[in-house]
Design a protein around this ligand. Structure first.
Ligand SMILES: C[S@@+](CC[C@H](N)C(=O)[O-])C[C@H]1O[C@@H](n2cnc3c(N)ncnc32)[C@H](O)[C@@H]1O
Length: 302
């Protein structure tokens, strides 16, 4: 039975048989957070520089970032917010399914916004913007009723027949709600697009077991769409910086170690080479380096 994409997507990820309720992200894809220790070390550096002592990870997955932060600095107060159950983590890391009312420290949401379900719309042959409905079992789509949306008019206007968009208003609302709870820094990291380069056919995508697969909201696979990051930033007063630049500011360096080190201290050279390669992956063009960091320091003006 076809349903609006937003409803089908919500059930597919977070319903009783939802993808994220029954499987861990690491079973299906790698992220900057899970690939190595380098991202966590950069976050620890950011926390230190900002004079913060607590980190709340919203959409914490399997707790990989928190576990690494705990190793780096066991004095940090760490909380994972996640709809899935608690993984095996040190006892002093708090695990909850509800974002706390107040966050005093760093709130980080890494690849969280892209998993917030949205309405999907498409322009029909007469130029009318219509809701896209989907059969959750097969992924077969049909066009539903006409849609009027201030968000679309402002952030993603459509007119060409066949073009599509994801209405990002629920992401703006969700991040505004989260940022409103923070005394410290709120940081969302995600893949996204800006008004001058919206993808003409939207970006709905599915992943399962390490591969891109057909987009079907049946609970067996991830369903994600890139984030209209300029809309979220405007709503939350965030600065927008590419990950490669944000990490460079935090000292993440992807250049190869000197060959002199290879002769002087071979094990140190091998370790430095591995670190450089992990760092380069996080800063790569066409890869994770293109991700956006949306940063709001809510203490400004205190
Ligand atoms: C793509 S995964 C990212 C996991 C991890 N942050 C990473 O980057 O590797 C998104 C995670 O957000 C979680 N999630 C989505 N909405 C949530 C919510 N409202 N509250 C708690 N967790 C949520 C999902 O269950 C999933 O584990």
């Amino acid at each position: 039975m076809p349903r609006p994409w937003r409803d089908a997507w919500q059930d597919a990820l977070y319903g009783p048989a939802g993808f994220f309720i029954h499987s861990r992200p690491t079973d299906h894809f790698r992220t900057s957070v899970t690939s190595s220790d380098v991202f966590a070390a950069a976050i620890a550096q950011l926390v230190r520089e900002a004079g913060l002592t607590a980190v709340v990870d919203l959409g914490a997955g399997g707790g990989e970032l928190l576990a690494r932060l705990h190793d780096i600095d066991p004095t940090l107060r760490l909380t994972g917010v996640e709809v899935a159950g608690r993984p095996d983590l040190p006892d002093d890391i708090v695990w909850t399914d509800e974002l706390p009312t107040t966050v005093d420290g760093l709130l980080i949401a890494h690849e969280w916004l892209d998993n917030i379900p949205c309405d999907v719309v498409e322009v029909d042959d007469d130029g009318v913007v219509r809701l896209v409905e989907v059969d959750p079992d097969s992924g077969v789509e049909q066009l539903g009723g006409p849609v009027e949306s201030d968000w679309l008019d402002r952030w993603w206007p459509l007119d060409e027949p066949g073009t599509r968009a994801e209405i990002g208003a629920p992401r703006d609302d969700a991040w505004a709600d989260a940022v409103g709870r923070v005394h410290g820094i709120a940081l969302a990291v995600d893949y996204g697009h800006l008004a001058d380069a919206r993808p003409p056919f939207g970006t709905l995508t599915s992943f399962a077991h390490g591969q891109e697969v057909d987009v079907v909201p049946d609970g067996s696979r991830d369903v994600t769409a890139h984030v209209a990051v300029d809309a979220v930033a405007a709503r939350t007063g965030a600065t927008l910086v590419r990950q490669r630049d944000a990490l460079a500011e935090l000292g993440v360096d992807g250049t190869r170690p000197s060959l002199d080190l290879a002769t002087a201290d071979p094990p140190a050279y091998v370790a430095a080479l591995a670190r450089a390669s992990e760092s380069a992956e996080l800063r790569a063009r066409g890869g994770w380096g293109d991700f956006w960091w949306l940063t709001t320091d809510t203490r400004v003006g205190d």
